[in-house]
Design a protein around this ligand. Structure first.
Ligand code: GDP
Ligand code: IMO
Ligand code: MG
Length: 427
């Protein structure tokens, strides 16, 4: 049994952290393959609540080795503060492995993220301001700094020089900011090297050897399908590939090794930051979803935009990721509505469209076509099996499954590990 990918099927915040943590006890490795500390995963274990940003959610499962793959961008200061926070709460983090090929989010990448967003004004993306986009831009531009560079001062200095050459011109001449000194950056980065050293590994080799030994490896996506740089609502996306293919490139594991791709799907929809969102609500229903679902960002504290479930998006996620299963989360949040609208198609300039339009213009014009499903009022948070759910909740799940194109193998009825209905086993 081998490699599973667990990823967001919408715009992020679907409950990936909880789902990963739930499986953490049964898997040997949990691997982040893209993104960085733009992610915000809340995991509730008993009466303890953890907010994770960069670390894989498997860090909370004692038997599991957490891995930060080559496709991730790492801000060492954030990494250390996250590790310190967990250590203070008694969590053992010593097994963590970090790819030497992962790129470092440098202080100037964070600066560039902030100034470019400010410069864009009302056209801004609404990034998390963590330096994610500029770090991936440097990687693709071949002026990035990798974890392994911290162990060769001369190479590090040359690389920082190369990276700052153009950036300092831009910062001083275009953005009216002070230039950033090479030595200062080098000194700061070298200061992280010693503490980072025990974690640095050839994670590609480690993971492939583990798979050869039939160990179970879980790849945990950050963000979601619609935030993917290639398959999302570009340009209102993040700068990496949260979709399933990203697990292969971001961890160095071949696609033939992946046996299961699980899409985490919220029973309604949310989005943070700018960009199109056909089912977005601006009324008291949207406010109620936000309040009942606790829809406030874990990373930036921004209120999440809320809307009804969108089956067009779910079908798209099934297709671009080759999903084998869905994990439907937050069904409990929908308790109490007499009727629940579900978007089954879009109307675009008078036409009915069943699949996600590839044209940005069309997507901006998409209006949801709703089907009304009967709601339920019974508390479902204690449900342990599908049969425990009220008939209308069962019908809601079945309808979503039918429309979305993959079986719903688990249902979340609360934030806790045990507030989950398992229908088909993932392992
Ligand atoms: P992630 O970024 O995909 O890991 O998701 P977040 O952690 O940002 O947001 C999901 C939120 O929903 C977290 O606060 C979770 O504790 C919570 N959550 C996850 N699953 C469920 C569920 O089934 N029901 C409820 N009520 N909350 C859930
Ligand atoms: P998790 O892992 C929701 C959004 C930002 C912004 C866009 C680009 O918790 O699901 P970036 O800083 O990545 O360049 O911002 O992507 N975004 C997220 N939205 N959940 C996330 O992560 C996100 N990570 C980035 O709000 O719109
Ligand atoms: Mg989140």
């Amino acid at each position: 049994m081998p490699a599973l990918v667990l990823l967001g099927a919408q715009w992020g915040d679907e409950g990936k952290g909880k789902a990963t943590d739930l499986l953490g006890g049964s898997v040997d490795y949990v691997v982040r393959y893209q993104g960085g500390n733009n992610a915000g995963h809340t995991v509730v274990v008993g009466d303890q609540k953890y907010a994770l940003h960069l670390l894989p959610s498997g860090i909370l499962s004692p038997g599991c080795t957490p891995v930060i793959g080559n496709g991730v961008v790492v801000d060492p200061s954030v990494l250390f503060s996250e590790l310190n926070g967990l250590n203070e709460r008694g969590v053992d983090t010593s097994k963590l492995l970090i790819s030497g090929n992962a790129h470092i989010i440098t202080p100037y990448n964070v600066t560039v993220d902030k100034v470019t967003e400010r410069f864009l004004g009302k056209r801004k993306i609404g990034t998390t301001g963590r330096g994610i986009g500029p770090t991936y831009a440097d990687k693709i531009n071949r002026v990035g700094i990798r974890v392994q560079d911290l162990y060769d001062e001369s190479i590090l200095t040359q690389k920082v020089e190369a990276a700052l050459d153009v950036k300092n011109q831009m910062l001083t001449k275009l953005y009216n900011r002070r230039a950033i000194a090479v030595e200062q950056v080098v000194e700061e980065l070298l200061g992280y090297a010693e503490r980072l050293a025990p974690y640095v590994a050839d994670t590609v080799l480690v993971l492939n050897q583990a798979l050869d030994e039939d160990k179970v490896v879980l790849f945990e996506g950050g963000q979601g399908t619609l935030l993917d740089i290639d398959h999302g609502t570009y340009p209102f996306v993040t700068s990496s590939n949260p979709t399933a293919g990203g697990a292969c490139t971001g961890a160095g594991v071949g696609p033939t090794k992946i046996s299961r791709v699980i899409g985490i799907l919220k029973a309604y929809t949310t989005r943070v930051g700018a960009g199109p969102f056909p089912t977005e609500l601006f009324d008291e229903d949207g406010e109620a979803l936000r309040r009942i679902g606790g829809e406030r960002g874990v990373t930036t504290g921004r209120d999440r935009r809320c809307g009804w479930f969108d089956a067009v998006i779910a079908r798209y996620a099934t297709r671009v990721n080759g999903l084998t299963d869905f994990f439907l989360t937050k069904l409990d949040v929908l308790t109490g509505w007499e009727q629940i609208p579900v978007c089954v198609a879009y109307e675009i300039d008078g036409r009915r469209v069943e699949e996600l339009p590839y044209s940005q213009t069309d997507f901006h014009h998409a209006k949801p076509v709703y089907e009304m499903l009967p709601g339920w009022s019974e508390d479902i948070s204690k449900a342990k099996s599908f049969a425990d759910l009220p008939k209308n909740a069962q019908a809601y799940v079945k309808a979503l499954e039918e429309m979305s194109g993959a079986p719903i193998s688990a249902i979340g009825v609360g934030p806790g590990r045990d507030e989950t209905i398992e229908i088909n086993s993932f392992l």
